[in-house]
Ligand binder design. Structure first.
Ligand code: BGC
Length: 456
């Protein structure tokens, strides 16, 4: 008998992407300026990116061929409101055309309103360092929902507020390149406040919509599980990066010690219809008295583990499927099971695609395990449909199911794309799929038993 991990009916299968990384031609946001200042490690420029502004539909067709029923994309605020209070209806029309195209292909659009980029005029007013700017974001969010609610009923306000705050204001590797922990915390708070206000605005305009946001969840495990120092710095990093934002979004209150610096956010409780989960990897953490910027925990990737493409920093380190299960369980428990969960991003930088098929299968097996244990996971969006411009790493990091040659814009579907298509079509991982794409993963996916038929 064929062994099968079946997923629930109406499970959402698809991919996630963002405007700046895919559209091309975006010159009116702070990331373009960052590029011009020479911060992209490879010296590359985003340029035409994956050329979605001109022909996203060509890739939507590939998503349709994989029988995806969902696709997450973001709107580029700097196109829609290029100057404060000026709205570009042509840009809006282009987005409408993309959404219509997706719907004609029976692909549900999931829209992110803010995915790291913002108009220059907004950034120059201090962006989210300045609480009095929040209303600009809420106004833009409201305009978008008014304009597009007939085509979209699934909104994500802000992508990864924790990454935006930490990379931009603590480590200084995203614009505006600051290294200031107090700023980092204030920006985190402002982003959550912006989410809360946008949530109420969207709810009023489209009461039936699903509204949420997504956090980036990373695991931090102690280098030496027996060392109290390693354990405490690992747990502090996990609290600061993952749980502090989640708790504040849930209750309005930040956990100690962050609560000593940030006031609560009014009316935060209940401001989401789902938990959006972006999961990529874990870091090991060792106590290091010389790393105050990393709260005395030095992060590293173990040497004997399966990895994303070599040569990259710990951001794209270990391929650790079990971590996805641990994150799903932790979010479900910490939120007392109050909402469904969606994997809104999960992916691997693997240019040759010789590790991705197994990685996808093993992560999906973890999603299946979570569902079997009563955790209501409703969808999986792979990062990403096509290769795209990977922020500071430019084209050196390849996350696409479909390879792109950025010079010719030619598409080359990787094996992972055909495998993902088979999984979506079957709404299941079958033994046959595993045998053909990653036989070495058979045991980790189905266990040792030869006969069990596993059905959710
Ligand atoms: C971001 C994406 C990015 C991906 C891979 C996520 O944190 O939301 O924009 O491409 O990670 O680095």
């Amino acid at each position: 008998m064929q062994r099968v991990l079946r997923f629930p009916k109406e499970f959402l299968w698809g991919t996630a992407s963002s405007s700046y990384q895919c559209e091309g031609g975006n010159k009116n946001n702070q990331w373009y300026r960052w590029e011009q200042q020479g911060h992209i490690l490879s010296g590359e420029q985003c340029g035409a990116a994956s050329d979605w502004w001109r022909q996203a539909e060509r890739d939507f067709e590939l998503a349709e061929q994989m029988e995806n029923n969902a696709l997450r994309l973001s709107l580029e605020w700097s196109r829609i409101e290029p100057e404060e209070g000026q709205w570009d209806t042509t840009a809006l029309e282009r987005y409408r055309a993309m959404l219509v195209d997706l719907r004609q292909r029976s692909i549900k659009p999931i829209i992110t309103l803010h995915h790291f980029t913002e108009p220059l005029w907004f950034a120059d007013r201090g962006g989210f360092t300045n609480e009095s700017n929040i209303h600009f974001f809420v106004r833009y969010a409201s305009c978008m929902v008014e304009a597009l609610h007939d085509l979209c009923d699934f909104w994500m306000t802000i992508n990864e507020p924790n990454v935006y705050a930490v990379q931009g204001y603590e480590f200084g590797v995203f614009p505006p390149g600051e290294q200031n922990i107090v700023r980092t915390l204030n920006v985190s708070r402002a982003l959550l406040q912006a989410h809360v206000e946008a949530f109420y605005a969207i709810r009023r305009l489209q009461p039936e919509a699903q509204i949420g946001y997504c956090l980036h969840y990373r695991l931090f495990d102690p280098a030496n599980a027996l060392s109290p120092l390693d354990r405490s710095v690992a747990s502090l990093q996990e609290t600061l990066f993952n749980w502090s934002m989640l708790q504040a979004a849930e209750s309005g209150r930040f956990p100690f010690p962050v609560s000593t610096l940030l006031s609560p956010i009014a009316k935060a409780a209940g401001t989401r219809d789902f938990h959006g989960i972006n999961y990529y990897t874990r870091n090991m953490v060792r106590f290091d008295a010389t790393s105050p910027a990393e709260v005395f925990g030095k992060r590293f990737v173990q040497s004997n583990v399966r990895r994303n493409d070599p040569g990259l920093d710990e951001d794209f380190g270990e391929i650790y499927p079990e971590g996805l299960y641990r994150v799903l369980k932790a979010v479900h428990q910490r939120t007392r099971g109050n909402k469904p969960l969606y994997i809104t991003e999960n992916g691997f930088s693997d240019t040759l695609d010789d590790r991705r098929p197994r990685a996808i299968l093993e992560h999906l097996a973890m999603v299946h395990r979570a569902i079997s244990n009563g955790i209501p996971v409703r969808g999986y969006l792979h990062w990403s449909l096509v290769d795209n411009f990977e922020w500071n790493n430019g084209w050196q990091v390849r996350f696409g199911l479909i390879e792109i040659d950025p010079h010719t814009q030619e598409r080359f579907p990787r094996r992972s794309a055909s495998m993902f298509g088979e999984i979506c079509r079957a709404n299941a991982i079958t033994e046959d799929i595993v045998e053909r794409y990653a036989p070495e993963a058979s045991e980790s996916i189905f266990g040792k038993t030869q006969t069990a038929l596993l059905i959710v």
